[in-house]
Design a protein around this ligand. Structure first.
Ligand SMILES: CC(C)(COP(=O)(O)OP(=O)(O)OC[C@H]1O[C@@H](n2cnc3c(N)ncnc32)[C@H](O)[C@@H]1OP(=O)(O)O)[C@@H](O)C(=O)NCCC(=O)NCCS
Length: 186
């Protein structure tokens, strides 16, 4: 998959786990502070993300998920991870979408959402798509709204790795939905 703005999209491979983990950890440090504990963000977050991405990119996981990377000149600029058929009502889950600070507001997040929707529709033409976003993450909510997403639900955020001490208090998350993933391809 070749990009239109100097970046290229491709599916992630097992060897990409450490660099995805690095960008994921950097993004959490910058945007999730206040909801995720400082001790976690300043400590074990990168090791936690490395373990998670190594697990995700193992073969058995691959059939029910897709991870798409955006690169420019060999540098990782962003990624999206989607889990097919995750929810009986809302369909596929965009579990993570992150664009490096240097690449933001240039349409890359939009391209990654479109690529995720393409992967979903290829697999199941009528599938919906949804994301959870922290309530404090107002800029990401503006992005989902700009992409036509609708907020339908508020729920307690889940702690990374299921470790309650990694949360600050009891942050909330919002569910944004696209009843037809197809709509995101247009
Ligand atoms: C959210 C994110 C993926 C968006 O990616 P992006 O490449 O910056 O988004 P785009 O350039 O495609 O933006 C498309 C439109 O969304 C809206 N938008 C995007 N970022 C916005 C922001 N910070 N504030 C307000 N609106 C925003 C705008 O309408 C924008 O169009 P415009 O630039 O012409 O005004 C990216 O900012 C990011 O990685 N953020 C940090 C990690 C994160 O919060 N991920 C989501 C977790 S749920």
């Amino acid at each position: 998959m070749i990009g239109t703005a100097g970046h290229q999209l491709r599916r992630a491979r097992r060897a990409d786990a450490p660099r995805i983990a690095r960008l994921h950890a950097e993004s959490w440090r910058r945007y999730y502070r206040g909801a995720y504990a400082d001790a976690f963000l300043d400590g074990e977050v990168e090791a936690d993300r490395r373990d998670e991405w190594s697990r995700r990119l193992q073969e058995p996981e691959r059939g029910r998920t897709a991870t798409i990377l955006a690169e420019q000149g060999g540098s990782l600029l962003g990624f999206v991870h989607v889990i097919f058929d995750d929810d009986p009502t809302w369909g596929a889950l965009v579990d993570n979408i992150h664009v490096a600070v240097a690449g933001q507001r240039s349409g890359l997040g939009t391209r990654l959402m479109t690529a995720a929707a393409e992967a979903v529709v290829e697999r199941s033409a009528k599938s919906g798509l949804y994301v959870w976003v922290l309530e404090q993450n107002v800029p990401a909510q503006a992005f989902y709204q700009a992409r036509g997403g609708r907020c339908v639900e508020r729920a307690p955020a889940v702690a990374p790795g299921g470790v309650a001490g990694r949360l600050v208090g009891a942050p909330l998350k919002l569910r944004y939905v696209w009843p037809e993933a197809e709509a995101l391809r247009r």
